[in-house]
Ligand binder design. Structure first.
Ligand code: NAP
Length: 268
């Protein structure tokens, strides 16, 4: 697919899923603003890989939990690109910044979750929309299982923040519909080469084995490339009638029934 003459900003594209999205869009000829927070070296590598794919872009740093830094980020996009066609709100703080059960999470951790997700998206979309014309595409990366379940206790702050983010996606979808700009959330399943790889090895093994052994019907974890492909698909002109949705991109994991062991569900 060619997305020639399109310009994208992806927050948190130094590594993980954001990087996968950046590389897929670059392969489709999109110019990419590579945003990072602390990891300039990784961001430089992403930009170098974008150039190897025949596209181009620039690096921009900022903390998405700070409104004035988000505004500076978009000022830079306006200066460098002059317009924006694709915006992906993908950045998420490191696990220790928010990962606590509901009875223990500090107000600072709670604010970090909400400021970096729902509040950041509110500010980002207000900055992005004026740079966009009809056909613009806005995405929020969510984890919809954490928005609607309560089992992963230490996800309380981030799960609540993602739920608010998904709600805001629907409100912005209506607000921008008349301008021909779509706004959707994408919910990846557990993904390799991402935050997963920062967890202790035993936890990684438990998660991988659970999915490979059946919880993900397709029998593997996702990759950043999988999610890049989903974003690229939704950037196609033909996807212009889909807005305000939460798209599960998880090899079918969200279809499994949590009350029944996978061995019985899969009916082997
Ligand atoms: N990984 C999964 O299995 C999975 C599943 C479902 C949903 N998701 C969602 O997908 C998105 C990406 O997840 P990931 O696992 O790929 O992320 P990741 O590998 O942990 O990378 C996080 C990215 O966010 C940036 N970042 C961290 N704190 C920031 C801050 N305060 N301000 C601005 N940027 C900041 C990082 O920049 P630096 O590199 O500069 O630090 C990095 O680029 C998240 O929204 C996540 O909730 C992930």
């Amino acid at each position: 697919m060619s997305l020639q003459n399109k310009y994208a900003l992806i927050t948190g594209s130094s590594r993980g899923i954001g990087r996968g999205i950046a590389l897929k869009l670059a392969a489709d000829h999109v110019k990419v603003a590579v945003h990072y927070y602390q990891n300039e070296t990784a961001a430089k590598e992403t930009l170098a890989d974008i150039r190897k794919l025949g596209s181009d872009g620039f690096l921009v740093q900022g903390d998405v939990s700070q409104p004035e830094q988000i505004e500076a980020l978009f000022r830079r996009v306006q200066t460098e690109f002059g317009k924006l066609d694709i915006f992906v709100s993908n950045a998420r703080p490191e696990i220790p910044a928010f990962f606590q059960p509901p009875m223990e999470v500090s107000l600072e951790q709670w604010d970090t979750a909400f400021d970096s997700q729902a509040k950041a998206f509110l500010i980002e979309v207000r900055q992005a929309a004026p740079l966009m014309s009809a056909g613009g595409r806005i995405f929020a990366m969510t984890y919809a299982q954490g928005s609607r379940t309560g089992g992963l206790q230490s996800w309380a702050g981030m799960g609540s923040a993602k739920a608010a983010l998904e709600s805001l996606v629907r409100y912005f979808a209506v607000a921008l519909a008349k301008r021909g700009i779509t706004v959707n959330a994408i919910s990846p399943g557990w993904t390799e080469d991402s935050v997963l790889n920062t967890l202790p090895e035993p936890a990684q093994d438990l998660i991988r084995n659970w999915h490979i052994s059946g919880w993900t019907p397709m029998g593997r974890l996702g990759t950043p490339e999988d999610i890049g492909n989903v974003v690229a698909l939704f950037c196609a002109q033909e996807a212009g009638w889909i807005t305000g949705q939460v798209i599960y991109a998880d090899g079918g994991a969200s279809l499994m029934n949590p009350e029944v062991p996978p061995e019985i569900q899969l009916g082997s």
